[in-house]
Design a protein around this ligand. Sequence first.
Ligand SMILES: *Cc1c(COP(=O)(O)O)cnc(C)c1O
Length: 346
Amino acid sequence: MIDLRSDTITKPTAGMRKAIAEAMVGDDVYHDDPTVNALEEHVAGILGMQEAMYVPTGTMSNQIAIRVHTQPGDSVVIEALGHIGTHELGGAAHHSGVTLNRITGTRGMFTAEQVIDAVPVPHPSMPSHLYDPHTLICLENTHNLAGGTVWPFEQMREVTDAASALGLATHLDGARVWNASIASGIDVATYGTLFDSVSVCFSKGLGAPIGSALVGSSEFISEARRFKHMFGGGFRQAGLIAAGALYALQNNRDRLIEDQVNARTFAEGVAEISGVTVDLIGVQTNIVNFNVDEPGAVVDACLTDGLAVLVNGPREVRAVFSMEASAPDAVKAIGIVASSVKTVSG
Ligand SMILES: *Cc1c(COP(=O)(O)O)cnc(C)c1O
């Protein structure tokens, strides 16, 4: 079976399992876990920010960030297909009592002008107490649903500059910021300079079994630690899994380029198939979204032939490359998609 459903399916390698087995642990709730502490220090360093906090999931990381940055009743600016507004189950409303002001972007990205237009500007004739307070903007890099697209750095800076000028805090959902950095050649810490907080995942392409981190100033993280515990994220001897995350950061970042190359091979291959269309410009990292008339039937047919992919929209199928799929797998997968599309279209 070639599994291209997601990069979350990655399993710990032998080296990672060894690091996990040998991890020193303590009670993380008391900050006594040396491996968690080492991971947090390492991640803060990579992001060029003061402090990091290890959490069980990327969703919890984003939700804590929103809770710290906002008050109930506030409005959060986000791209229409952002993970926070599509796959976190209304968590921003539930946990933080905020609404989302969604901007429709292009390939997951929007402009400073769109931010300026989205955030209400009070006037004596229409004072601020008549508007939803806008206090936070969230960007996503790479953008998951848009297909792993990478923000051009200048555009990102213009957006965060515009947001800051409007008094908004800035949060980056950087679940795959590692992939963005590999694709753009821009250091992760350079992305960090644009944001008040960044969330990163270890459990995707990096191949760690569990975990994410929220990164920001010491003051921000100290508040975040309160909500981590409130949200049920005090996870005691977490060093066992933090060891996998630390190992992943130290060993698996550079190899992400292989996933990007394999995704490109696959995208160019399926683009040649009659009945399939691909926005090749949007294939920038390890994710390939391609369009067919009947995605459900195509996904079922692929599965029968040994390829697991996901339905990602009314006409869209999603394939994600990770260390679980090799270069020959990418080529083989093109053939399976071709025969499946042919079978389905009869
Ligand atoms: C996967 C993902 C998350 C959430 O991570 P989980 O660990 O699955 O909760 C958040 N944002 C983006 C962009 C993601 O791709």
